[in-house]
Design a binder for this molecule. Structure first.
Ligand SMILES: [Zn+2]
Ligand SMILES: [Zn+2]
Length: 68
């Protein structure tokens, strides 16, 4: 039982050295959500900077959101 509980909390595996959106990683405008998806782990990143992990697709991190 304890082992299962530990596994349940391991849902948020991201790049250890930081995420980068597919557009940042490739340097191209790929469209189709590539600016909000990490090139390496496939999880959502901020659509503004492309490097801050995001809880949802299309999300702006605090520093990017304050610029608006
Ligand atoms: Zn990542
Ligand atoms: Zn950002």
């Amino acid at each position: 039982m304890a082992d299962q509980m530990l596994m349940a909390t391991g849902d948020d595996r991201r790049c250890l050295d930081g995420c980068r959106s597919e557009e940042l990683a490739t340097g191209r405008e790929l469209g189709d959500g590539a600016a909000m998806r990490c090139f390496s782990c496939g999880k959502a990143v901020c659509i503004g900077c492309g490097t801050t992990p995001a809880p949802l697709n299309g999300w702006l991190c605090d520093s990017c959101g304050e610029l608006d």
